[in-house]
Design a protein around this ligand. Structure first.
Ligand code: CP
Length: 309
């Protein structure tokens, strides 16, 4: 693996390899001094052109645990404001001795473009509406920890499937490991027939459901997606209240899933919209486990890309 750009180009063996490594290194986080020298001397550039809490800080935490140095780029106050291109920005930062670039950008394909022009590894931390591969890896790790296996598991994803990079990576990742993926949401935010081939990977298969109950019934895992107000406002949904009524999850919807079924959300959550407030106390809600696993997964990705250099 030279870069981590998307789940699409990873094999199931590569995914299992990253999950195994994440599981192994996770114990470092619980040591009295959670630090190892493995990546000492390496410099990681964190380039976030879009807001982030979980992804950015878990990459930073992962770097610190592995003793890599970080440089954080903020578009505001940089020479981007004077018209410098992203590529020139990154080439200049590379000249400062960077060993790996983590990039989040609102334009789909930006990490792939950067990777073509740099000799160092590039990690996609979310590109537009395309993919968010490390989110899918941490989702997989969370499910594997709780349910052990993926085969014959039903994963339901509910929300704006069309514009969600998390959904796109999860749909591919869960199928690659053998689960079946059922997606649901407002009809105009579901994949169109011509887009289906991109999502059909097989083992457990992929299905688009117009009715939430069909997707959720007997699901082992349900992933609620965030309404991305910043990307397209509320233009794609008539109102948040109507969305909550038809596609928000509450105690009634969770009765449809399997007993002990996991409730996941990539965050940040719009409480009262995607998830009813009562679900904060749902016993199989694993949203903070996802965040914790984000550090272990990102440690595994950094180690895979940097330790052999
Ligand atoms: N899940 C996720 O990508 O969260 P952030 O936007 O806070 O990084």
């Amino acid at each position: 693996m030279r870069h981590l750009l998307d789940i699409q180009s990873l094999s199931s063996e590569e995914i299992h390899g990253l999950l195994n490594l994440a599981e192994n290194v996770k114990e470092i986080l619980y040591r009295p001094i959670p630090k190892v020298p493995t990546l000492r001397g390496k410099l990681v550039l964190l380039l976030f052109y879009e807001p982030s809490t979980r992804t950015k800080f878990s990459f930073e935490r992962a770097c610190k645990v592995l003793s890599a140095d970080t440089m954080s780029f903020s578009a505001k106050g940089s020479s981007l404001e004077k018209g410098e291109t992203i590529l020139d920005t990154i080439k200049n930062l590379y000249a400062l001795g960077v060993n790996l670039v983590v990039i989040r950008h609102s334009l789909s394909g930006t990490p792939h473009f950067i990777a073509k022009h740099l000799k160092i590894p590039v990690v996609n931390a979310g590109d537009g509406i395309h993919e968010h591969p490390t989110q899918a890896l941490l989702d997989l790790l969370t499910v594997r920890e709780k349910l052990r296996t993926f085969t014959d598991r039903k994963v339901a994803i509910i929300g704006d499937i069309k514009h969600s990079r998390v959904a796109h990576s999860d749909i591919l990742a869960f199928q690659k490991l053998g689960a079946s993926v059922f997606v649901t949401g407002p009809a105009h935010l579901l994949p169109e027939p011509k887009e289906i081939p991109f999502f059909e990977v097989k083992p457990g298969g992929f299905k688009v459901c117009l009715k939430p109950r069909e997707a959720l019934q007997d699901a082992d895992v349900v992933i609620a997606l965030r309404i991305q107000k910043e990307r397209h406002g509320e233009a794609f949904i008539p109102s948040l209240r109507e969305y909550a009524q038809n596609f928000g999850l509450g105690p009634r919807e969770l009765e449809w899933i399997k007993p002990g079924g996991l409730l996941m959300h990539p965050g940040p959550i719009n409480w009262g919209v995607e998830l009813a407030h009562e679900l904060e106390k749902y016993p199989f809600q694993v949203i903070l486990d996802q965040v914790e696993n984000g550090v272990a997964v990102r440690m595994a990705v950094l180690l895979s890309l940097l330790s052999g250099e």
